[in-house]
Design a protein around this ligand. Structure first.
Ligand SMILES: [Zn+2]
Length: 137
């Protein structure tokens, strides 16, 4: 299943961010999934729950957005119609919605100096904008 390997690489990125922050674990992960990402949000959620059951996954489903090369208009693609609504140009590039992106990770970071103590901890939210895949169907 494609989503399983995807979630694995997603969690590797999350682990790296947790380590960078000196945290114990990620408590919340937010991803953005577009219609051309080639992944099924429900399957991503299922795989994520399997690997990281104590972390909350938030999935934002974003529309497919493109920018016209001719007139520089950014617009949402409807019905996968790859034509600029402003000037009818077909020279457009997808700028959003063709990937699954790791948008932010909220890390549970223990306060300085007291590693024995379970609490209190500080939650650090890291904006990433990392692109996990740009695979197209
Ligand atoms: Zn245009």
């Amino acid at each position: 299943m494609h989503e399983v390997s995807l979630v694995r690489s997603l969690l590797e990125q999350v682990d790296r961010i947790v380590a960078e922050q000196g945290g114990r674990a990620a408590v919340e992960v937010r991803v953005e999934i577009g219609p051309l990402s080639g992944v099924e949000p429900l399957l991503v959620k299922a795989a994520f729950t399997q690997f990281a059951s104590d972390c909350t996954l938030i999935i934002d489903e974003v529309p497919l957005t493109a920018r016209c090369q001719s007139c520089n208009t950014a617009f949402e693609l409807e019905n996968f119609r790859f034509v600029c609504p402003h000037c009818d140009s077909r020279e457009i590039s997808v700028i959003r919605g063709d990937a699954i992106r790791l948008m932010s990770v909220t890390v549970d970071v223990p306060e300085d100096g007291d590693v024995q103590q379970a609490l209190p901890t500080e939650l650090v939210s890291v904006e990433t904008g990392l692109c996990t895949t740009s695979e197209r169907r």
